[in-house]
Design a protein around this ligand. Sequence first.
Ligand code: FAD
Length: 416
Amino acid sequence: MSSVGENQASPDVLIVGAGPAGLSAAIELKKRGVAQVVVIEREREAGGVPRHCFHPGFGLQDLRRNLTGPNYAQRLVSKAQDLGVEIATSSTVNAIAPDKTTRVTSPHGILDLHPRFVLLTTGVRERPRSARLVPGTRPAGVFTTGQLQQWVGLKKFPVGTRALVVGAEHISFSAVQTLRHAGVSCVAMVTDHPRHQSLWGASLLIRAVYQAPLLLGTELIEILGTHRVEGALLRNVASGSVEKIDVDTIVFTGDWVPDAELAYRSAIEISPLTRGPMVESDGRTSVDQIFAAGNLVQPAETAGIAARRGTEAAMHIANQIYQPIVAQRIVIPLECDESLLWVTPQRLVLNEELERLYFRTRLFSSKKFLAVRQGDRVLGRYRLRHTSPNRGLSVPGAWSKDVEKESGPVRIALCD
Ligand SMILES: Cc1cc2nc3c(=O)[nH]c(=O)nc-3n(C[C@H](O)[C@H](O)[C@H](O)COP(=O)(O)OP(=O)(O)OC[C@H]3O[C@@H](n4cnc5c(N)ncnc54)[C@H](O)[C@@H]3O)c2cc1C
């Protein structure tokens, strides 16, 4: 891996972000014979978020193996390099002009690249304490899971002794494991939801092994302490009763926001629901020849799904390189009602079959159906055993072949 240079001035495809989505896309593009594929990564090493996650659970969907994050990341990096992908690290993409001139800042200075196609795979970040508007002082000892994992796994810094974990989705249980690994006891996990949002087995096991009590229907209302966290005030949502707990560390988990600043600055249309770029079924954004994939588009999935979405976007980019489309594309909006937080893609290309529709629900439910309608016609109806607000869900896109040009937007909703 090296910094970006003049010999990468006009790549066929420039990928921003060397996480699972970007690296998998790069691998697919090379497999399909695309000549120059350059991946730009702002960190010193490629691999994305998995590089910081020292626990297993990676690669199950795409590599059919259960790997630790760093092993998984290394496999993707090695495969990409073996195929001739050029990965430039310590390089940040700052802006992309409408003609796709891409400004990159690296230790060697500022360079403008002129790629034919751009794929954005800049991922997500957890909403930090400031963005969650939690009142109180601003002491040391407040982390997101990502910061905690970097602190413990990469920097080997001491964390604290007694922690509160805010959130109860998959990642929150990873935070409990990381705390324990760092010798910190988890005094409580809190969620304002009436249930946790992870897998039952995994959450039970982690709570039993690490003895982390889960307080449901409870919210953090204030952080206490001057220089270091000294405690926190928790409120029971139903009764309104307030309790103080003694902790010196607070970890905010989940509550993902796409890392969409670059997309936003590049005048790409942003979805008000996902807060990432709006995409068509093939990953195209509102700007010609700029695509987006991975957690940036659907906040947030497993690494395997991000990788798969990167691979799919790469297949479409390669198709466009080899067979530029001349026919006019007819695009139909996909809209969801208030039972759903978001759906992606947000636009369907007429006569192009959609592989899967990804979505999130607003509430917990069981034995519901996801209905896909256009006008008065029901195009698809899928039974959902359980839904949970922070859990990724998807259904097949076979119904997309029945979408008609003149019948208006496709509407997606939960129903009985
Ligand atoms: C704590 C934690 C535990 C997890 N555990 C699991 C697990 O057990 N199993 C699993 O399958 N998944 C797990 N995940 C989820 C998994 O890590 C993500 O789904 C996956 O990393 C998403 O891949 P991505 O390529 O979309 O984004 P990312 O991995 O976030 O990669 C995006 C990359 O883009 C780079 N970037 C951003 N902006 C710029 C820019 N302007 N210029 C250059 N580079 C830029 C970033 O530095 C980053 O490297 C976990 C996530 C976390 C946070």
